[in-house]
Design a protein around this ligand. Structure first.
Ligand SMILES: [Zn+2]
Length: 504
């Protein structure tokens, strides 16, 4: 390259990278405009590719219409023209990701009858943590979840996109294959997106899956320690295995874990205590063949590592920093150990239990790494609302646990965006920063490849220019082209919590 051209390119790059003239302007919280441009962004896309920038991202209505590179090479070729916009967000020094997708979520307005004051608390915590889509796998009410989904789609409420996967097993329970098929058909005509199986007998599972495939509903399976295990998911074509039970179970040489003689599955303390000793019974060679078979059958895995974390470190789970300002009193009540509340099994939880669980996690995480290496699809969900996990925060914690498992940060972001879109069957609309895809994006204050904690609502502490600062988390959360200011969402959550605490 001759010197004059080099200097010209260098000057253009300086202009492109300068925040001058690129300040955020005209953006209103909750208001979609005809043409929004995010300027000077560094992108991490949802397909596992490396970060790249600076780029300008053009959003028209609810769609990403252009991703314009501003790097020296593009500028030198004359390929970059700064696109115009009605309003703009300055993303200089920030990272832009596809909006996060929570593939295992529950929308909750109350916990065992203790009100959360409607859905607003839950929905805003999801968005504040950068979640623009949730797969709802078992709601309080099937008609309720469809109503929320539709209001969200129309932009009438502040909420992520919702995909509804109601529980197959709800009263009256389908008792046989015919009743399972009828239930699936009813879900289809009610406009559901999929179905969640849990606690199913093998014949009911086989019929439900067969019918679901016929009518085009996807299947999420929370495998319990039951009649079925991962071999059944492989055989019947489950879309995704939720959590992890059923996978080590399928690799135990004696076909059943060696429980103590007085074990009772319905006793939650028994159940979670011995679950911590489950992975150690899986035979590595058999486990390998289970994982290979899952890959061949296209069964994805949504591990929800976060929701068991209290089992290996109870004090950590009980003392999370966001509890101080954002834990709703009804959730606080629900999280207190009480045998009447699902998942609150920690009365008498011992250091020995925690040690077994630490080992359990180690084997589990290694299996997840093997599964991905073999070509398997790993998704990302948090199951929040149970066991000390708060909506939204749980998913970011899940990402940190994927890092602990040893996954490359680029792959972790892919798990929570592109892979989850694929599990939803929405990979041609969601989970990417790509022209033609829906405008679900987050503008993150900080580099999540360096520190996942920058994704937490309310940010994290960081050193910048020699000073300690509090970062802003997802400063802008754009869902369906509508920009929401992350810190503003969090202030609204705090107001809900303050009011509920004052009313107590
Ligand atoms: Zn769940």
């Amino acid at each position: 390259m001759e010197v004059s051209r080099f200097l010209r390119v260098a000057a253009l790059v300086t202009a492109a990278a300068s925040p001058l003239g690129a300040q955020t302007r005209g953006v209103t919280h909750g208001v979609r405009t005809a043409r929004l441009v995010i300027r000077n962004a560094t992108i991490v896309d949802g397909n596992g590719t490396p970060a790249r920038g600076p780029v300008d991202i053009v959003i028209e209505g609810n769609t990403i219409t252009a991703v314009v590179p501003l790097d020296a090479v593009a500028l030198g070729r004359g390929e970059s023209r700064r696109p115009a916009g009605d309003v703009q967000i300055d993303a200089t020094g920030k990272y832009v990701l596809p909006g996060l997708i929570d593939a295992h979520a529950h929308l909750q307005s109350n916990r065992s009858g203790h009100s959360l004051g409607g859905y607003e608390y839950n929905l805003k915590l999801w968005l504040a943590n950068g979640i623009t889509t949730v797969r709802e796998v078992g709601s309080e009410s099937d008609t309720g979840i469809v109503a929320v989904r539709e209001r969200s789609a129309k932009g009438e409420i502040v909420a992520p996109r919702i995909f509804a996967y109601p529980m197959l097993n709800q009263a009256p329970m389908p008792r046989n294959a015919a009743e399972a098929r009828a239930r699936i058909q009813r879900f289809k005509s009610a406009g559901m997106d999929g179905v969640k199986l849990t606690g199913v007998e093998r014949d009911v599972m086989a019929a439900a899956e067969d019918e679901a495939h016929k009518v085009g509903l996807r299947v999420a399976h929370h495998v319990g320690v039951e009649e079925t295990n991962a071999w059944d998911d492989i055989r019947f074509g489950t879309t995704s295995i939720e959590h992890w039970y059923g996978i080590p179970d399928a690799a135990i040489p004696d076909m059943r874990q060696h429980f103590p003689a007085n074990y009772n599955y319905l006793n939650e303390t028994d159940r979670f205590r011995w679950a911590g000793r489950l992975w150690r019974e899986a035979d590595p060679k058999l486990l390998d063949s289970v994982l290979v078979s899952m890959v061949h059958a296209n069964v994805a895995w949504v591990p929800t590592l976060d929701i068991y974390e209290a089992s290996r470190d109870l004090q950590r789970a009980q003392n999370q920093p966001w509890f101080k300002d954002y834990l709703h009193p009804s959730l606080e009540w629900y999280f207190k150990p009480d045998p009447a509340n699902h998942g609150s099994y920690f009365i008498g939880w011992s250091s020995a239990d925690e040690v077994f669980w630490k080992e359990n996690y180690g084997i589990w995480m290694a299996a997840l790494r093997d599964f991905e290496r073999l070509g398997g699809t790993i998704g990302c969900g948090d199951d929040a609302g149970f066991i000390y996990q708060m909506y939204g925060y749980g998913l970011i914690r899940e990402m940190e646990l994927h890092a602990e498992a040893g996954f490359n940060p680029l792959k972790i972001i892919q798990h929570c965006t592109g892979n989850n879109a694929k599990i939803l069957g929405q990979e041609e609309r969601l989970g990417r920063v790509r022209a033609g895809w829906l405008a679900d994006l987050i503008v993150v204050d900080g580099n999540p490849l360096e520190d996942i904690k920058v994704l937490y609502a309310g940010g994290t502490s960081a050193m910048r220019d020699g000073k300690e600062v509090r970062t802003l988390g997802s400063e802008w959360v754009i869902k369906d082209g509508i920009p929401y200011n992350g810190p503003q969402l969090l202030r609204e959550v705090k107001a809900i919590v303050d009011k509920a605490r004052a009313a107590k």
